[in-house]
Design a protein around this ligand. Sequence first.
Ligand code: KG4
Ligand code: ZN
Length: 336
Amino acid sequence: KEDVYILAIESSCDETAASVVKNGREVLSNVISTQIDLHTLYGGVVPEIASRKHMEKINQVIEEALSQAQMGLTDMNAVAVTYGPGLVGALLVGVAEAKAISYAAKLPLIGVHHIEGHVSANYIENKELEPPFLCLIVSGGHTHLVLVKEYGTYEIIGRTHDDAAGEAYDKVARAIGLGYPGGPKIDKLAKEGKKNAIVFPRASIEGCPFDFSFSGVKSAVLNYINSSTMKGEAINRADIAASFQEAVVDVLISHTMAAAKEYGMKKIAIAGGVASNSALRSAMEEACKKNQFEFYHPTPLFCTDNAAMIGAAAYYEYLKGNFSGLDLNAVPNLKI
Ligand code: KG4
Ligand code: ZN
């Protein structure tokens, strides 16, 4: 069988990224130009700034990815790009670039769903992982429990009714003055706090045992801060971070375990930016061990946005001959 090399591009939010991936699982290069410092000034991602920065960086990032892989466009079998979901202006930069490359270098074009990319990050370091498995997807915009039935075939069995897990992390971080992006900062500060210092609510949705709701825990944290301030009591930010994180992780783990049992899944994977959270990773590891499930997780670098995961997802589309036309467009609210 011939080797397949894919040049993958990702620009859905605030990272401009390109990667060369061999046979869907071997990352030959993984270049990420992050805009975080720029957006930190505004306390969150500013869409227009994101698009402009992608424009500025994208060529350089792609050249770097090819040169680190010691390859050229003529060595590639396809060019893949995230076409949704994400910020429309940001997505368009990657999509237009990939279309130009596809046309000029006569390479098949593969439009990839960003969240399928996150799931596929698990294939990179777990060479033996194959569907079916259950995947908990926790990112800045998504919280889903998904059955990965085959490569590229998914069934969503649980979703959030309001905030995504990462969104809750970011909002709580802002409330305790940690700034953007909040997830990694809460993760770090929580290590210095007591996770049972404050009891924050663990929400369940009646009739939907695998669905999530994080707006309640977020509001509970805000109320706790307000009432402490009004009473003139000093707040312990590390305790808040640890207790909030405990509440979120608790729900994520219990719903995932219940779903795995309900659907008879023995393999559990995690994906998305929040999957790099140290508390979630260790709690999931422990829960899987206890229930005799196999636990798969990408290294933290492949949990947050990157293009290698897009190349991994694209490979299975390549094998199926699922190519996109040059009319590929950005779809900001693309469904999985
Ligand atoms: O997957 P991602 O990089 O982008 C999206 O597709 O949304 O996820 C970003 C989210 C942000 O909300 C960020 O705060 C969160 O992932 N995040 C974390 C950690 N690292 C990133 N949340 C908790 N703990 C972390 N270590
Ligand atoms: Zn993402």
